[in-house]
Design a protein around this ligand. Sequence first.
Ligand code: SF4
Ligand code: SF4
Ligand code: SF4
Ligand code: FES
Length: 821
Amino acid sequence: MVNLTINGKQVAVEKDATIYDAAKACGIKIPILCHDKKLHPFGGCRMCLVEVEQMKGRLIPACTTPVTEGMIVQTTTDEIVKARKLVLELLLLKHPIDCPVCDAAGDCDLQNLTYEYKVNMNRFVDEKFNHEIDYENPLIERDMNRCIHCGKCARICDEIVSYGAYTFINRGIEAKMGTEFDGPLNCEFCGSCVSVCPVGALNSRPFKFKARWWALQKTKSVCSYCGTGCQLTLGTKDGKVLTTIYDENQGFHNGQLCTRGRFGYQFVNSDKRLTAPLIRKNGKLQEATWEEALAEVTSRLAAGKSDPASVAALATPRLTNEELFLFGKLFRGTVGTDNIDHSAGYAHEALTKGAVASFGVAASPAEIADVQKSNLLLVVKSDAYETHPVIGFEINLGVKRKGIALRIVSDKKGKLTRLPGAKTTVHAPGNEVALFNALCKSVIDQGLAVEGVAGLDALKAAVADATAEKAGVSAEEIAAIAKEFASAEKALIILPIGQGYPGHNAALANAAANLAILTGQVGKEGAGLLIMGEKNNSQGAVDMGIYPKGTGLNAAAIIDGCANGNVKTLFVAGENPVVSYPNRAKVEKALENVEFMVVSDLFLTETAALADVVLPACSFAEKSGTFTSLGRRVQNVRKAIPAIGLAKSDFEILNAISQALGGARYNNQGEVFTEIAASVPAYKGLTQAGLKDEGAVYPVALAAKLVPAAAKAAAPAAGKLALVTGSALYHCGTMSRFGEGPMYVCPDAYAELNVADAAALKVEEGDQVTVTSGTGAVQVVAKVGKRVPQGVVFSPYHFGEGSVNTITDGAEVTYVSVAKK
Ligand code: SF4
Ligand code: SF4
Ligand code: SF4
Ligand code: FES
């Protein structure tokens, strides 16, 4: 520790602290403009000038000056105040001072400091900037006339987002924060630069002229897209979510969000929201009252109680824990059916079967904090960045700032593969289990396996003939990864799961877990296996038991049951199987065939359009409860606006049905959480109040065991391309289609081809192509690049038009032909 004195106060801080950090630690405020705790120090604005006695009273920047023992610092002498006023005068000299029409007014550091330092006149005169304002995209407005050259946008885009969209261009008075060739901004639109801009130079366009900062009501909640569980603050007014507000102290991610969290909130107030119940009459869905709709649903479920096997229920893992718990209790308990599932099974079997077999718990042994504590990250699929972008930020930071080694095994390249020092092993689609088996074999052959692990003999026998060749990669690569992983002090495997990744199943979870267990990389921080659930409450859905536990039907069997008439009543809470389950034609036919289907959802989705009763449900912004993110963190979700139209939360819907059927009745969702804490062992002792703002990571007691995983022999089809599905960076499931941000950045389904394949097929970027499999054909836009290897075509699964599930049937890899339309 280092001891120093600031304004007469004694303070002791870590030796790598700056004067700014030390002042903050003892409650002394030093004004800043270019400094940000997340970013490398810049020292550009000089707003933080302080005086250090040992430096002969010179004024120095507090944000870049390290503390030294015995330092005596003054932060508010007359000379300092004079210097800061001068800084502000110079910054205001060319600034337009158009606060009346600037969206940042009230939340602008320049405005606030000008006010605080009473800079009500300027001794200097100069022409104002006359930069053209960038209105090219609908998400971020760039007005460089207001820019104060703090460099924060460039630093965050480079250091955390790893995109590098900005750089200073020109010199001296002509200097400007610019983009490539000074053109319009074209990037991944995460909005991180907007969040850190201290003035109104970078603005959120969807929020422009919607409300003054101080008029917004601010509610802390959790993003409802992916499983990362980023915390966010909703800015609301007059019953509408108008923006997400940046709070640098929120969450492990310091308030950073991806484009879905930052700009995807508009689905809440979409004019496509369902606002009243609908009942099918004479073949058409028509508006009805809640009483009519619920009477129809409850009478049908009451009849189903006498034949529970004929009732099935599918839920989205976007519901809160309380809603999912109630869902399970209603259908398992009151109705008596075990035909319950979510996410087509793809977003949970790695946990419910894989992790249970390997670790004895249906959860990841690792948590998010382990990413930056690791020495080596082994990421399965470059898509980990696309599926969970803010985990991608953590990986970026770990690799670039802490020098964490990054190894990627993937069927295509991606953003992660471009990080400094990253080594990517590209394998043939569907070979993941074979690859992990080969890694385990190599660990054993190199004498790197820890002895005495449960299941070692069985694993040795199972991987005896696992070769690099079978995994489709070189023996050298397998040997090198195995050695590096086993030799690293702390090595962590990152495995995304979800509906786009049917191959990321129980077997792959076992195969990956085997490598971690075999090398002793389990049970210590910064190591192990992080299974990343796709949706905001994927882990919670598992914890609440939303999957068949006994002889019940899983999602695929439920669809079959609808088709063959064994399932007569289907309750769908928020799922959209028509677009997200494999084999769209088969799903549609099955859902048209089922006698009675009720769907609760925010929108009249492709699935809801086939229902007999549609119940308008509330979004996350209209209800309270909890979500459990990947890495086992349970967090509070807070109601920010009243329900849209006549929508009800799924808690209210399920509670009403349960009560009508003679089941439990709860006065509020908090009572359900109390019951969860009493009946779900992992949640024991938790309370919603006790979760506070930061949430709580529930503990797991691991019983690690090696579990042989059978690799399926990939059988490439001659003359066909291997179709791999997955997530586009800007989407999550099918809900992001209703968010303005994701839809601007990625509006349509597409098929991504390698340049060589595209050339052979005479396909160019932007062409319409027909992709045909044994299941069907779909027409989408072609993308051409080097990200996917030759022989592979990638297509994301989020879209209703040109939906990729038209041509997939649940296989890990589908072989297709592609032709220009
Ligand atoms: S929106 Fe994100 S990717 Fe785009 S420039 Fe800003 S920080 Fe970079
Ligand atoms: S645009 Fe904003 S964040 Fe970027 S340099 Fe200018 S003032 Fe700073
Ligand atoms: S979508 Fe995921 S990564 Fe993006 S802000 Fe939401 S929780 Fe975070
Ligand atoms: S905040 Fe220290 S120089 Fe800008």
